[in-house]
Ligand binder design. Structure first.
Ligand SMILES: *Cc1c(COP(=O)(O)O)cnc(C)c1O
Length: 419
């Protein structure tokens, strides 16, 4: 359920007509709905109502916009961050340090130090070497860093290879077979309060089976670690729940997920931690674009829009599907390849797909753009950095400005010796 619906033939974001935002802010533009974000945050929490003690940390990388993070902070969410920059953002948005979890496979000395300086709640260690370094930095200041060990459970998430993270050949975590020995060595270090294990096997999961298999393996590991005398108080189950991108997609609901978690983790007697990203933000955002012109093609017409792969990278890098709709649909359809103006053949949003009929200057939207959308945007082809808007009922605000090429150029210099 989201709040991007037609009213009298025009697409609205909550109570604001999309054409109003397009006219006032310009296109392309990301539009987020506060009510939708809040709804998803509540529904996810509600799904876990029978699970005992939980901690919810929004995966900041899915949508790091400060206003979006503030909405989620107000819903009681902490943050799962994967860089020092994300850590600073989560704090700037009002998340409490103790609610912040630091994941990420390449945390630097500077980032680990920052996490300790800010007093974050937990470090999810990705290797023994990282654990040793964190322990060394913490011990030098007489501190103990709260940490879990991220484990690679060797489970195929059944998702796109580029967003799969839990197979043994992936770079994330330590192998579940070697985890008990690494855990034993790290747990002896003075600078660490090693208190559990973490896992995250991938994103856009369409089916609960891989997650269930993964969590069951984590349960066995917890038992094994306890058997070896370790106190396990926290298990971080990661994120990964999928969302519908196509109208016919039917991923597991947060309620289905919660029921599975409840069943598999019964008796673990730990605080269960979750790191949802896409399931909260994905359908809370759309990207609006305007048709520049239509050009005849060999197999179908090309609809050339003013959004491009630099604004929304997912189709180019993951072959992702984003549903296209006209902002003022006529009921007619067309077979079209919707493409951006960038000089790359991968700058294509729909390939010979049946879509709402649109003409030059019409507005259209790509749905499910609230996660891994604006945050991956860049300025390739010297295009502006795409702006973001947050709608709340009958008001909206620009929550990230369009950054013009001149601003970016101003940060570049031609050295004197070239002049
Ligand atoms: C990306 C990521 C998430 C969030 O994944 P979603 O599929 O967006 O829910 C959670 N935890 C970690 C460690 C991640 O890298």
């Amino acid at each position: 359920m989201d709040h991007f619906q037609l009213k009298n033939g025009v697409l609205y974001a909550e109570d604001i007509p999309v054409p109003q935002i397009a006219a006032e802010v310009g296109t392309p533009v990301y539009i987020y709905s506060r009510a939708t974000l809040e709804r998803h945050a509540r529904v996810f929490r509600q799904g876990l109502k029978d699970v005992g003690k939980i901690h919810l940390a929004f995966a900041v990388k899915a949508n790091p916009n400060l206003a979006v993070l503030r909405v989620l902070a107000n819903q009681g969410y902490g943050a799962d961050v994967v860089s020092g920059g994300e850590l600073e953002r989560a704090l700037a948005a009002g998340m409490k340090p103790e609610d912040i979890v630091f994941s990420g496979v390449g945390k630097t000395r500077a980032e680990l130090t920052l996490g300790l300086d800010k007093g974050i709640g937990q470090f999810n260690l990705e290797s023994e070497e990282e654990g040793q370094l964190l322990a060394e930095i913490a011990a030098a200041r007489g501190a103990q860093a709260p940490a879990t060990l991220r484990v690679n459970p060797d489970v195929d998430a059944g998702t796109h290879a580029k967003i799969s993270t839990g197979k043994k050949e992936n770079k994330f975590g330590v192998g579940i077979d070697v985890a008990p020995n690494i855990y034993a060595r790290l747990s002896k270090l003075d600078g660490l309060n090693l208190r559990g294990v973490a896992v995250h096997i991938g994103s856009q999961l369409q089916n609960l089976d891989p997650l269930e298999k993964c969590y069951a393996r984590m349960g066995e590991l917890v038992e094994q670690l306890r058997g070896a005398g370790h106190e396990i108080s926290h298990v971080d189950l990661g994120g990964g729940l999928g969302v519908p991108y196509k109208p016919e997609d039917n991923p597991p609901s947060p309620a289905d997920y919660g029921a599975m978690v409840e069943r598999v983790t019964k008796g673990w007697n730990v605080t269960l931690m979750f790191e949802p990203g896409r399931v909260i933000a994905g359908n809370s955002g759309i990207m609006a674009t305007q048709v520049i012109r239509i050009k005849p093609g060999v197999n179908s017409d090309f609809v050339i829009v003013d959004a491009a792969m630099n604004d929304l990278m997912r189709p180019a890098i993951y072959d992702a599907w984003h549903h296209f709709e006209a902002v003022e649909p006529t009921g007619e359809t067309m077979i079209a390849s919707i493409v951006g103006p960038i000089c790359e053949s991968s700058d294509i949003f729909t390939k010979e797909r049946k879509v709402d009929r649109v003409a030059t200057d019409d507005l259209g939207i790509f749905r499910t753009a609230g996660a891994y959308g604006a945050t991956m945007a860049n300025t390739y082809n010297s295009r502006p950095l795409v702006p973001e808007v947050l709608v709340d009922g009958d008001k909206y605000a620009v929550v990230a400005e369009r950054i013009e090429p001149a601003t970016i150029m101003a940060a570049e210099q031609v050295p004197d010796w070239l002049k």
